[in-house]
Design a protein around this ligand. Sequence first.
Ligand code: DQA
Length: 138
Amino acid sequence: MKILIVNGPNLNLLGKREPEIYGSNNFDAYFQKMKASYPQIEFQYFQSNSEGALIDKIQECGFSYDGIVLNAGAYTHTSVAIADAVRAVTTPVVEVHISNVFQREEFRHHSFLSDACKGVICGFGLESYRLAVESFLV
Ligand code: DQA
């Protein structure tokens, strides 16, 4: 099984960025541990601050991978283009958020991606990613 994990803008700063919201662990350390607990899964990780690069990666893996876990960061709330990319590919995509976006500012309550995705997981900290991976195993 092949799963792509995609992180969007500012998620390269996890651990340093607003730790009261996103926690103080960096993603790489979390990802290494998570990877080790799923030896049967081949993971690819991709992070970019650029909308086009995120779309290119979704297109590149979206016809051959078994699942994509997508945290599009702020593009979640703005990007019709990423939503179209999710709709264009055949690989199911699960939208994730570290924070519970519904407890935050109103503009974070709307996602352009959710209705194009298989499901949405938010509010469980970095464990949101593991729960999304689990969703591809059931
Ligand atoms: C986020 C929530 C978004 O609103 C925000 O812009 C992010 C991170 C999350 O994981 O909680 O960059 O996607």
